[in-house]
Design a protein around this ligand. Structure first.
Ligand code: C2E
Ligand code: MG
Ligand code: MG
Ligand code: MG
Length: 285
C-alpha cells in the first residue's frame, strides 16, 4: 500500500514547511517595525549616459538590516511586504527618503541641477487609487524641480489593471514625472497597451544584458527591446552592465543609458557622492 510511504514523506516535509512559515512570520513581524526602528535606508546606483559619459541620475534601492535577522535582500522582503500590504508604508518611506536626499544634495550643490533620482514603485502602490495625487502633492511641497524624480514600475503592475494604471500614469506624466518600465521583457505586457501608456523609458532586464556577449539569443532580445523602445518613442536603460563588452554592444545597438557593477554597485549616500564627484571630475580631464 502507498499510504505509509506517503505518510513518511509528509512527515519529512512538514517540519521544513513549518520552519519556513515560522521564518516568514518573523520577517513579517520584524518588517512591521522596520520603519520606526531606523532599520531601513536607501542606497543609490549611478545611471550613466554613454553619449557623454556623465552620471545623469541614480536609482534608489531599499535596504533593510534587522539586528536579529541581519541583512535581508529586497528580493526577499519586498514580496513579503507586498503580500502583507506593508509595502504601502514602506513605499511612502522610500519616496520621502529619496526626495529628502535629493533636496539635500541639491541644497549643498553636490549634484548637477538636472540630476535625477528614480524610485521603484510596487504594483500594490500603483493600484492604490490616489497614489498619483499623493505623490504629486508630496513633490509640490518639496524643493525639487519638475523632472527630478522618476518612477520605475513593472509590467505586471501595469497590466494588472490597465485602466487604473493609465489614469495614474497620465497624472504623473503630466506633472513631469518620467515613468520607466523595470525588468522589461521578463513579464507579460501587451504591445497594444504599451503604446497607449505614457511611459518614457524601458529598462532592459539584467538577465538579457548578462547574456549579451555570450549568447546570441540574449543579444537579439536586447536589440529587440531597443528597437521597440525607439518605435514607442522611449529611451532604454540597460541594467546589470558588468563588463566592457556589454557597453560596446549596447552602444552599437543604440542603448545609451546604463547602470551596473561595471561602474558601481548601489552605494550609501556619502559613498555615492564620493563616486559621483570623482567620476564627473575624471571626465573633465
Ligand atoms: P530592480 O529595480 O530591477 O533593481 C536592480 C537590481 O539589480 C538591484 O538589486 C541592483 O543592486 C542589482 N544590480 C545592479 N547592477 C547590477 C549588476 O551589474 N549585476 C548584478 N548582478 N546586479 C546588479 P537589489 O537592490 O537587490 O533590488 C532587487 C529588487 O528589489 C529591485 O530590482 C526592485 O525590484 C526591488 N526593490 C528594491 N528597492 C525597492 C523599493 O524601494 N521599492 C520597491 N517596490 N522595490 C524595490
Ligand atoms: Mg528598478
Ligand atoms: Mg530593474
Ligand atoms: Mg531587474
Amino acid at each position: 500500500l502507498a499510504l505509509p510511504a506517503d505518510n513518511n514523506r509528509w512527515q519529512l516535509y512538514q517540519p521544513a514547511l513549518e520552519e519556513r512559515l515560522h521564518a516568514l512570520n518573523r520577517y513579517r513581524q520584524a518588517l512591521r517595525h522596520a520603519t520606526d526602528n531606523d532599520e531601513l535606508f536607501l542606497v543609490y546606483q549611478p545611471k550613466v549616459d554613454l553619449s557623454c559619459g556623465r552620471i545623469t541620475g541614480a536609482e534608489a534601492l531599499l535596504r533593510w538590516v534587522n539586528p536579529e535577522l541581519g541583512f535581508i535582500s529586497p528580493a526577499d522582503f519586498i514580496p513579503i511586504a507586498e503580500a502583507s500590504g506593508d509595502i504601502l508604508r514602506l513605499g511612502d518611506w522610500v519616496i520621502d527618503a529619496a526626495i529628502g536626499q535629493l533636496e539635500l544634495w541639491r541644497d549643498q550643490r553636490l549634484v548637477a541641477p538636472d540630476f535625477r533620482v528614480a524610485v521603484n514603485v510596487a504594483t500594490l502602490q500603483l493600484m492604490q487609487p490616489g497614489f498619483a495625487e499623493a505623490l504629486i502633492h508630496r513633490l509640490r511641497r518639496s524643493r525639487l524641480p519638475r523632472g527630478a524624480l522618476e518612477i520605475e514600475v513593472t509590467e505586471s503592475g501595469l497590466m494588472q489593471d490597465v485602466e487604473l494604471a493609465l489614469s495614474q500614469l497620465r497624472l504623473l506624466a503630466a506633472e513631469g514625472i518620467d515613468i520607466a518600465i523595470d525588468d522589461f521583457g521578463t513579464g507579460y505586457s501587451s504591445l497594444a497597451y504599451l503604446k497607449s501608456l505614457p511611459v518614457s523609458v524601458l529598462k532592459i532586464d539584467r538577465a538579457f544584458v548578462n547574456d549579451l556577449d555570450t549568447d546570441a539569443q540574449g543579444h537579439q532580445l536586447a536589440k529587440t527591446v531597443v528597437h521597440l523602445a525607439r518605435n514607442l518613442g522611449c529611451t532604454t536603460v540597460a541594467e546589470g552592465v558588468e563588463r566592457a563588452e556589454h557597453i560596446t554592444l549596447l552602444k552599437e545597438m543604440g542603448c545609451l543609458m546604463v547602470q551596473g557593477y561595471w561602474y558601481s554597485p548601489p552605494l550609501r549616500p556619502e559613498a555615492f557622492i564620493d563616486y559621483y564627484l570623482r567620476h564627473q571630475a575624471g571626465l573633465a580631464d
